[in-house]
Design a protein around this ligand. Structure first.
Ligand code: AGP
Length: 607
């Protein structure tokens, strides 16, 4: 999730306007930034690694000349944060500059073709193919807008781009597919940006580009075209009523809620990560005699679910371990035959780093899954995969948890294939089912948010809540509990449902809320028994069930329905979403700020 911006001004310099807009977009990414402008037949550009203030302090971003330009603030996906990998990117002749947000899935093959025909690349990013492709089309006679349209047909993946060219110095061409892009209109001055906050202090008139649309910005105004056919399209201008603070949250009251709603998008991005790294990671795990999945907090819950996935479909015994316990528990048996997969959103959690540093010294292979390219985990790992969630601002992990699960599920499928534990048709079906998950989450969000708000209104003042699940959904209930604990400060229990009768059932009394995560599948009949045990003691039964559930529905006081027949190993990805919403609305009902829970930090860098 990067931030892009472009502007054509009627008067004054574009560079300070771009700089200020990038500052307002910094919440979308902040590992490097850059600007390019056009003036008097030349392209001017400044970019570097670091936060915008740091870059500005040594480069002075404001002194580029010209009334027209583009800018970018980056959150690395392909290629670590560095000056070379910072946007804008230019063609071979330094005449075309492009800023891009999104992921170009087929960039390796495009780059190979371009290099063969003589193009020189300076970065390791996916984005750099775009100016070179545009260069080819303009060389063949297309104008800039047509070249952008042609190039878009060649790109697989997601993009929002803004393009400028010395040869057509009076225009910005922008286009989008699956990444957001909005045009700001202030009289004859025009802006394009990833998000409204970029230009909100300048204008509240906005044109939201639709999927597969492109726009041509010139001093004469805006024109919108279909990216597929080039046909001109009608558009409407909206008036934004959000305050700048609301705009940063896309109108949501809190970042946590915004990030819960971003999950369909963040999961699609997580699904885009590259096959090569899955292959390398699976090969390392497959050849290890012991496999450990190491993490803290929410990321540990992702590991717990992954251990079930690995066992269920790839027949691999992987131990999920809280990083803070790893050395004490397994320190004596670590050697070069071990593979340690560390999962960390931030890539900087001290307990996780200590665990993998120790394992590395013992000769173990270190693998990583993280949301922050360039973080310490990426440097300690021999192979790492970026989950592509974009910055998560709420302290409570939501979209990064489900993205970790998606990456781990893809890895489990790859392992199962490598080990011959699933047939090609089974693997194909699982991949298809996984690709469908973002849409299922869209439905969960649209159908159930009101219900979860209602449940929070009903249960907000309870002194405790218990979450129960079986099999892989033990991970889901642990995560549901952690969310409730950290944002609503309610002491909560979470157990494998079969364990509850060995102790925790003692606290159940009339009206005590017990939340069951109970999709169909292997555990179904057993979980009915667990529900009966709780019901017999007067508990209020709340259950997450499948839409065509027949039995559990009749036993509950409240239920939330989720699409039926999600493959069991993917159920945590969908079933955790209602629990995130429940925790969020419980926090709201109890008057706490879910974005900044007391005593917690986003990244825990002390042991
Ligand atoms: C999750 O909501 C928490 N804020 C916390 O448990 C977090 O998951 C944990 O600190 C691990 O962080 P990491 O993924 O950045 O390593």
């Amino acid at each position: 999730m990067c931030g892009i911006f472009g502007c054509i001004l009627t008067e004054g310099k574009a560079a300070p306007v771009i700089h200020a807009a990038l500052k307002r977009l910094e919440y979308r990414g902040y590992d490097s930034a850059g600007e390019a402008t056009i003036y008097d037949g030349h392209l001017y550009m400044k970019k570097d690694v670091g936060k915008i203030d740091q870059i500005h302090s040594h480069l002075n971003l404001d002194d580029l000349p010209g009334k027209l330009g583009v800018g970018h603030t980056r959150w690395a996906t392909h290629g670590a944060p560095s000056k070379e990998n910072a946007h804008p990117f230019v063609d071979c002749k330094d005449r075309i500059a492009v800023v891009h947000n999104g992921i170009i899935e087929n960039f390796l093959e495009l780059r190979e073709g371009l290099e063969k025909s003589g193009h020189i690349f300076k970065s390791r990013t996916d984005s750099e193919v775009i100016p070179h492709l545009i260069e080819d089309f303009t060389a063949k006679g297309s104008n800039l807008a047509e070249a952008v349209r042609q190039v878009s047909q060649k790109l697989k993946g997601s993009f929002a781009i803004a393009v400028i060219s010395v040869d057509e110095p009076d225009k910005i061409v922008c286009a989008r597919r699956e990444s957001p892009l909005v045009i700001g209109i202030q009289g004859k001055s025009l802006y394009c940006a990833s998000d409204v906050p970029a230009f909100l202090p300048l204008t509240n008139k906005a044109l939201f580009l639709e999927e597969n649309e492109m726009a041509l910005l010139t001093a004469k105004g805006v024109k919108v075209f279909s990216l597929k056919t080039g046909e001109s399209k009608h558009f409407e201008i909206s008036t934004i009523t959000w305050s700048p603070e609301m705009a940063k949250k896309s109108g949501y009251r809190h970042f946590m809620l915004k990030e819960i709603h971003e999950q369909p998008l963040s999961l699609r991005n997580a699904l885009r990560t590259q096959e090569l790294y899955y292959d390398l990671m699976a090969a390392t795990i497959n050849s290890a005699s012991r496999v450990f999945l190491v993490a803290c907090g929410t990321s540990y819950h992702a590991c717990l679910a992954a251990a079930y996935m690995f066992s269920k479909i790839a027949h691999i015994d992987a131990k999920s371990v809280e990083a803070s316990e790893f050395i004490e528990h397994y320190g004596t048996i670590l050697d070069r035959n071990c593979a340690v997969l560390a999962v960390s959103q931030s890539g900087e959690t001290a307990d996780t780093l200590t665990a993998i540093r120790f394992a590395k010294e013992c000769g173990a292979s270190i693998l990583g899954i993280t949301n922050v390219m360039g973080s310490t985990i990426t440097r300690l790992s021999s192979v790492y995969i970026g989950q592509n969630s974009g910055p998560e601002i709420g302290v409570a992990a939501t979209k990064t948890f489900t993205a970790q699960l998606v990456v781990l599920a893809k890895l489990a499928i790859k392992l199962a294939e490598k080990r011959g534990k699933i047939t090609p048709p089974e693997s194909k079906l699982l991949k298809k089912n996984l690709i469908e998950i973002p849409e299922i989450i869209e439905t969960i969000l649209s159908e159930n948010e009101g219900k979860l708000k209602h449940l929070a209104e009903k249960y907000w003042n309870r002194s405790s809540v218990c979450f129960l699940g079986r099999g892989i959904n033990v991970a889901t209930v642990l995560e549901g509990r952690l969310k409730l604990l950290e944002v609503a400060y309610i002491p909560a229990l979470a157990y494998p449902a079969g364990e509850s009768k060995h102790g925790s059932i003692a606290i159940v009394e009339k009206g005590y809320p017990v939340i069951f995560v109970s999709p169909g599948g292997n555990a179904y009949s057993k979980i009915i028994g667990n529900i009966m045990e709780m019901k017999a003691r007067g508990a209020d039964i709340l259950a997450l069930i499948e839409k065509d559930d027949k039995e559990i529905k009749k036993l509950t006081d409240e239920y939330v329905e989720i699409q039926s027949n999600i493959p069991e190993i993917f159920t945590p990805i969908a079933y955790v979403v209602p629990l995130q919403l429940f925790a969020y609305y419980m926090a709201i009902e109890r008057g706490s700020d879910p974005d900044k829970p007391r005593n917690l930090a986003k990244s825990v860098t002390v042991e």
